[in-house]
Design a protein around this ligand. Structure first.
Ligand SMILES: *Cc1c(COP(=O)(O)O)cnc(C)c1O
Length: 400
């Protein structure tokens, strides 16, 4: 058995160096706690980038994965499988949408949604209508199609050309109207810009986008990959504005950490991608579907969206207080549900604060240029919110 230090050395040698991991290896978790190989404990407000909906080693998810693995892991879409059919029904019930397409990641869900949009207008005899209006500072994934929609230079640089998308300022309905034209096929948005720095849509903005899309006969496309599955307190964050998009992309928290993506759409789009036009080898496999069913079951039975509401009030209030107390370092706090952030002042290095928090046993992530993102599992408890706020207070106090 290699030691932790040996593993870190092997990682530096063999893994493609496109990430920036700290020099330890996490070996297990329970609830919202993680332990590395040396036995050090971490409180997990990172949540695997807002993925670990049920925390770690949740008995219901463990049981679902283990028992499904013992039945059948994979078949491909040449055959039906029971958990996938059940999952499709449940997602349609939860969202008011009509159909579910399954894949393995957020970027793939985005690709499905973008291809659906192009093909919809192609079928209507408008093959030149494929432009997407999306937003500055957005993040939609790393594949070329999803990257074309992503409105941030740091992700796009060196990968062009990335055509077909017009980016306008987030929250600016006037700019969306100005960008519309007969060639616009869809308006694509995140209800909260997650990777962009945890920026919630202004109140009424999503409803305004619905209106603009309808006025132009364009599709309204919601990227709920980070905001969906109860993270903001409702199953989909678009519910805040009472909006039903034409299509929604889900991934991240849907199966609590087992890779999955889904594209849901309304009945009017059910005929757009007939057999042979789009697909995925692993998409909708029994293992990931069983995991997602366990997540959705726990979300309901453990009333996790009520927990999101209660814990996010405590977290948001605590972060607002810390922003005031440490005003030399913190510009503001913001967020929605259990997707919250402290926005650092210009000149404050988010990485150094992240590292000090980690040494003190708290895992968070950096979003955008200068935000510390708090995206804990939805099972987070009051005492854990208090513990996290205490650590942040102590580290910011020492950093001043
Ligand atoms: C994470 C994320 C994606 C990409 O998901 P992957 O699974 O990494 O491909 C797309 N959109 C949003 C809003 C995300 O947060």
């Amino acid at each position: 058995m290699p030691t932790e230090a040996e593993l870190v050395e092997k990682a530096a040698h063999y893994l493609y160096p496109n990430y920036r991991q700290p020099p330890f290896v996490i070996v297990r978790g329970k609830g919202c706690e993680l332990w590395d190989k040396s036995g050090k404990r971490y409180l997990d407000f990172h949540g695997g980038i807002a993925v670990s909906t049920l925390g770690h080693a949740h008995p219901r998810l463990v049981e679902a994965v283990a028992s499904q693995a013992a039945q059948v892991i994979h078949l491909s879409n040449y055959f039906y499988n029971e958990p996938n059919i059940q999952l499709a029904e449940r997602l349609c019930q939860l969202t008011g949408l009509a159909r579910a397409f399954f894949c393995n990641s957020g970027a793939e869900a985005m690709e499905g949604m973008l291809k659906l949009t192009r093909r919809y207008f192609f079928d209507k005899g408008q093959p030149d209508r494929y432009r997407i209006v999306a937003f500055d500072n957005s993040f939609h994934g790393r594949t070329l199609g999803a990257l074309a929609a992503t409105g941030q230079k740091k992700y796009r640089d060196g990968f062009g050309p990335l055509p077909g998308v017009t980016h306008v300022p987030y929250g600016d309905a006037g700019a969306v109207r100005a960008a519309m034209g007969p060639d616009v096929a869809g308006i694509l948005f995140e209800p909260v810009q997650g990777e962009g720095g945890v920026l919630p849509a202004p109140p009424g903005f999503m409803a305004e986008l619905r209106k603009i899309a309808d006025e132009h006969g364009a599709l309204l496309l919601a990227d709920e990959i980070q905001t969906g599955i109860g993270r903001t307190g409702s199953f989909l964050a678009v519910a805040k504005d009472g909006v039903v998009p034409d299509a929604v992309a889900l991934a991240k928290g849907l199966a609590g950490g087992v890779p999955i993506g889904a594209m849901l759409c309304g009945a009017h789009l059910a005929g757009v991608l007939p057999p042979g036009s789009h697909g995925s080898t692993f998409g909708g496999n029994p293992l990931a579907s069983a995991a997602a069913l366990a997540v959705l079951g726990a979300l309901e039975d453990e009333k996790l969206m009520d927990n999101v509401k209660a814990r996010s009030l405590e977290l948001a209030a605590g972060l607002a207080e810390l922003a005031k107390k440490h005003e030399k370092l913190i510009a503001t706090s913001r967020g929605s549900g259990l997707l919250q952030a402290l926005v650092l002042k210009d000149g404050v290095d988010p990485r150094s604060i992240l590292e000090r928090l980690r040494e003190a046993g708290l895992l968070v992530s950096i979003a955008g240029a200068s935000s510390l993102r708090f995206s804990p599992p939805l099972v987070i408890r009051e005492a854990e919110v208090r513990e996290a706020l205490g650590i942040v207070d102590r580290i910011l106090g020492g950093a001043a």
